[in-house]
Design a protein around this ligand. Structure first.
Ligand SMILES: C[S@@+](CC[C@H](N)C(=O)[O-])C[C@H]1O[C@@H](n2cnc3c(N)ncnc32)[C@H](O)[C@@H]1O
Length: 262
């Protein structure tokens, strides 16, 4: 192993010289300020990528990276249902969960469109009574089940489950709820889910919290008088995703919205 590491030293050296040359060239072409901004964005991207890999490798799971769904159906612009798997950044999710009123943690947490289950595992670090994810892609659901079994992190909640199915057909549990959405669907599906949630609330009024990471559907929630919006403290919004040319990029301008009923 040590010999292999020593053998790679010249390669690292060559890479560093190449990078230095390219940087000098960039300074000449684009100037110091733009080059410095590009280099610092590059460093942030590498750090974010390492943080993603670190979470997975230290916990013995596989949740990082983007998975494209509906590959056979053509590119996103020709398929209005096109959606893909992209996990919530670890730092962002923890920051969001820490903002919750501690009383709300004694409730059931549901991730609508739970993918490989990262959010379920992060929620299990808190005192929820139950953590459920609903995911309609079979392969992602299978990975989530493996991840739940393999997770080596600290857990406060042991009742964690990934359910295979459509989020819009999921029967809303009758407990106090924290419902999480990382922009998993188009508005029409979100509306169906909100109707289910509100119907369940009217039949059985209780505390229900909605967490939307990427607040683009917040206007749909605002149509229901049962929900009022709560302030959200600053979150680290460093969404890590694969760009179309397979580089990790950060800093997508996603925001969050939190609503409460009851
Ligand atoms: C942006 S990813 C979010 C994954 C996870 N919630 C997280 O934040 O790490 C959206 C997920 O929703 C799933 N999804 C999309 N539409 C769905 C539906 N109608 N029912 C269930 N899952 C769905 C996708 O397969 C994908 O895994």
């Amino acid at each position: 192993m040590i010999t292999r590491a020593l053998r790679s030293v010249p390669r690292v050296f060559v890479w560093m010289i190449g990078y230095a040359k390219k940087t000098v060239h960039r300074v000449r072409v684009h100037g110091v300020a733009r080059t410095a901004a590009e280099v610092s964005a590059g460093i942030r991207n590498v750090i974010a990528w390492l943080a993603e890999q670190w979470f997975d490798s230290t916990r013995g799971i596989d949740t990082a990276g983007r998975v494209l769904l509906y590959k056979a159906d053509g590119p996103p612009e020709t398929n209005p249902l096109y959606l893909d798997y992209q996990p919530t950044p670890v730092r962002t999710m923890r920051a969001l969960l820490r903002q919750l009123d501690p009383g709300m943690r004694a409730s059931t947490f549901v991730d609508f469109g739970s993918g490989k289950g990262r959010v379920l595992l992060l929620a299990s670090e808190f005192h929820f009574t139950r953590v459920i994810g609903v995911e309609f892609d079979e392969e992602l659901h299978r990975t989530a089940c493996k991840n739940i079994g393999a997770f080596r992190g600290r857990r406060q909640c042991r009742d964690v489950e990934s359910v295979l199915g459509r989020a819009e057909e999921f029967a809303v549990p009758s407990d106090d709820l924290v419902l999480y959405f990382f922009h998993p669907f188009e508005a029409a599906i979100m509306e169906r889910i909100l109707n289910n949630v509100v119907r369940s609330y009217r039949e059985n009024p209780r505390k229900i919290l909605l967490l939307l990471f990427r607040a683009s559907h917040a206007d749909l929630v605002e149509r229901f008088t049962e929900f009022r919006r709560l302030p959200v403290k600053d979150l680290p919004y460093d969404v890590v995703r694969l760009s179309s040319d397979y580089r990790y990029v950060t800093g997508a301008p996603y925001d969050a919205a939190v609503f409460v009923a009851g």
